[in-house]
Ligand binder design. Structure first.
Ligand code: HPA
Ligand code: ZN
Length: 327
């Protein structure tokens, strides 16, 4: 691997991590036992062997099955605390964590249980790990607008526990336009807004996220390079792209890491950075993403590493004063 010490040691922010995607097979089995949940896999090894994905949906099916062991506040705390420890070890000094409340409320787990467990870990990370952490509530785009509004309603008593909203799950067939009114309401509430777009979906979905949802960042966004006008727009507005290299290779968005377009995104002057997405499922946390990316793409240098770290802080939702301290 190239530049490994620099990549590991540099301070960085993570802006695209689904907390349910940080649930390691070992913890899935531990929580299944603790909660008396029966898993459709006989062992940790059998579960891990099922992590051979062909596209986003093949991953999501297993990701939602894994989350079925999360029932109690303590389970959500344990999951988030394990992730925050990994983040600290990778010199992640700030992280903005996605969570999918509908995955849990649909199973009868109260919203309150989810948010209290996650919030407890987030607070402990500040003092215990020196990691600044914030939560972003994601709506599942394969569900209806009505269900998103109902989720927002359940979340409102906990408004101060999360800084923004996002949009995730199955992209193709569920364009951003489906959630235009929900996002308008979230912006009125002063929430930050982001959305997954251009991972498997076309560049038109990125335009929609910007025009209709008025998102401040695009999650993934790697398909923007198919649309020159869009690239120009993203460069001019410095709308960040939260890119996830290991995710993109494991979900076959690119055939191999050597085919990843992150060097081209940086060359186009875009505010792109590296993130782990679902590290327990895709083969590694932040530093593993950096190391595999730089190993596969020899044109990436220390200058690019610095730019990626800088972009991560620029794109974060921290205050301007904190941002200047990091950049
Ligand atoms: N894309 C869409 N939805 C998701 C992802 C992703 O990469 N990870 C978890 N939910
Ligand atoms: Zn994602």
């Amino acid at each position: 691997a190239r530049l490994p010490a620099l990549l590991r040691q540099m301070p960085k922010a993570e802006l695209h991590i689904h907390i349910e995607g940080s649930l390691e097979p070992e913890l899935i089995f531990k929580l299944a036992q603790r909660n008396g949940v029966t898993l459709p896999y006989p062992s940790i090894e059998a579960l891990r062997a099922a992590y051979a994905f062909t596209d986003l949906q093949s991953f999501l099916d297993i990701y939602y099955a894994g989350a079925s062991v999360l029932l109690k506040e303590e389970d959500f705390f344990d999951m988030a605390w394990a992730y925050l420890g990994k983040a600290a070890a990778d010199n992640v000094v700030h992280t903005e964590i996605f969570f999918d409340p509908q995955t849990h409320t649909a199973r009868g787990v109260p919203f309150e249980t989810v948010i209290k467990g996650l919030n407890h870990a987030v607070h402990r990370a500040h003092t215990g790990l020196g990691v600044s952490a914030k939560l972003i509530l994601c709506f599942l785009r394969h569900l209806s607008e009505e269900e998103a509004f109902a989720t927002l309603e359940k979340a409102l008593p906990w408004r101060h526990h999360f800084i923004g909203v996002g949009l995730d799950s199955s992209e193709v067939g569920h364009p951003p336009s489906k959630f235009e009114r929900v996002f308008a309401r979230c912006r009125e509430l002063g929430l930050h807004v982001v959305a997954h777009a251009g991972e498997e979906g076309p560049p038109a979905y990125i335009h929609e996220a910007l025009d209709l949802l008025k998102t401040e960042r695009i999650d993934h966004g790697v398909r923007c390079l198919e649309d020159a006008d869009l690239v120009e727009r993203l460069a001019e507005t410095r709308i960040p792209l939260t890119v996830c290299p290991l995710s993109n290779t494991k979900l076959c968005v690119f055939p191999t890491m050597a085919d990843h377009n992150l060097p081209a995104l940086l060359d186009a002057g875009l505010c792109a950075m590296v993130n782990s997405d679902d590290p327990a499922y895709f083969g590694g946390y932040m530093n593993q993403n950096f190391i595999e990316l730089f190993a596969a793409l020899p044109q990436l240098t220390a200058r690019h590493a610095y730019q990626l770290a800088r972009n991560s802080f620029e794109a974060s939702f921290v205050g301007e004063e904190q941002k200047r301290a990091w950049v």
